[in-house]
Ligand binder design. Structure first.
Ligand SMILES: Nc1ncnc2c1ncn2[C@@H]1O[C@H](COP(=O)(O)OP(=O)(O)O)[C@@H](O)[C@H]1O
Ligand SMILES: Cc1ncc(COP(=O)(O)O)c(C=O)c1O
Ligand SMILES: [Mg+2]
Ligand code: NA
Length: 298
């Protein structure tokens, strides 16, 4: 039998019935880019949590355990990649650490991509006792992490006020055993651009990210999924991976903004109008056009 070389991801993230965060942001792009994705929904909400009404339920740890056990019993627990995002409790996060160890028994070369979702712009939106579990247990198990600036500062207990400060934070994260450290965004740019930074095996690249005057949800989950996919497809060419990831995101956030403004020309855009337009941008996901190049920094 010819071995099937299709990469296989297990993604454990949120699910929303309407909209695009968590697995809804990750699964479709990964499938479009040629990955098999098995996924477990840690929550099933009607929409993400910035909407006025939140309805739905949370997967209990015993239910998570049962699903994993089913994969193991049926011997369908071989994965090339493992992807995790928003986790709602220290217990469920500790369970993630147990799962990664189990999956690595089946495939010692498993690549774990961890997006340590804890908050943004100086504010945590998960319980504070999740931080020590990421810092001491989960992040050290990851091959690739994709924190935003605030999450990277929380994990290291260090602030970054300039690029050399960012490099110190990145070095501290590498020292936790993480091979590839990616800051999905920082405010180290100017009033028009955020800066993304990706660092691995001694090379480090930064990239300008033109700001759009909107607040999105689901972009971090999309970033982590795209970075996983392009790392694999470029055989870990970190410069190209960062460029392809940002090219995809910029096309999607701009298209999403334009369509939202076509419906509401002024004022704060409500969550329902700014859900990421993934399906409508399938061809961009498949073949992003790089217009902004990453620059090596030392
Ligand atoms: N307002 C914005 N303008 C332009 N790009 C954005 C904006 N918000 C998010 N993005 C894109 O989404 C990516 C992830 O966003 P980020 O805020 O870093 O994720 P997180 O959800 O982890 O905080 C960024 O690298 C950028 O490409
Ligand atoms: C249910 C759920 N999952 C995940 C996220 C994370 O979204 P982002 O990708 O913007 O960090 C959110 C943010 O509100 C959320 O409500
Ligand atoms: Mg953010
Ligand atoms: Na992020």
């Amino acid at each position: 039998m010819i071995a099937d070389s299709t990469p296989r991801v297990l993604s454990i993230q949120s699910h929303v019935v309407h909209g695009y965060v968590g697995n809804k942001s990750a699964v479709f792009p990964l499938q479009v880019l040629g990955f098999e994705v098995d996924y477990i929904n840690t929550v099933q909400f009607s929409t993400h949590t910035a909407y006025k009404h939140i309805k739905g339920n949370v997967l209990q740890n015993e239910e998570m355990e049962e699903l994993i056990h089913g994969l193991v019993l049926n011997q369908v627990d071989y994965f090339t990649h493992f992807l995790t995002g928003y986790s709602r409790s220290p217990d469920s996060l500790k369970q993630i650490a147990e799962i990664i160890k189990k999956l690595r028994q089946k495939n010692p070369n498993l690549i774990y991509v961890c997006d340590p979702v804890m908050g943004d712009n100086g504010k945590m939106y998960v319980p504070e006792d999740i931080l020590p579990v990421y810092r001491d247990t989960v992040v050290p198990l990851a091959d690739i992490i994709t924190p935003n600036q605030f999450e990277a500062e929380l994990i290291t207990g260090m602030k970054m006020n300039d690029l050399s400060g960012a490099l110190k934070v990145i070095r501290a994260l590498h020292e936790k055993g993480v091979k590839t450290v990616v800051l999905s965004s920082t405010d180290l740019g100017d009033d028009k651009n955020m800066i993304g930074i990706a660092s691995t095996k001694g090379s480090c690249y930064k990239i300008d990210i033109p700001k759009v005057d909107a607040t999105y949800t689901g972009t971090g989950d999309l970033f982590a999924a795209l970075f996983l996919a392009w790392s694999h497809k470029t055989n870990n060419d970190i410069k190209l991976t960062l460029e392809k990831t940002i090219a995809t995101l910029q096309s999607i956030v701009n298209d999403t903004y334009e369509k939202a403004r076509a419906k509401q020309s002024t004022g704060k855009i409500p969550p329902a109008l700014i859900e990421l337009r993934l399906v409508q941008n399938k061809s961009i996901i498949e073949d992003p056009k790089i217009t902004i190049h990453a620059v090596e920094i030392k």
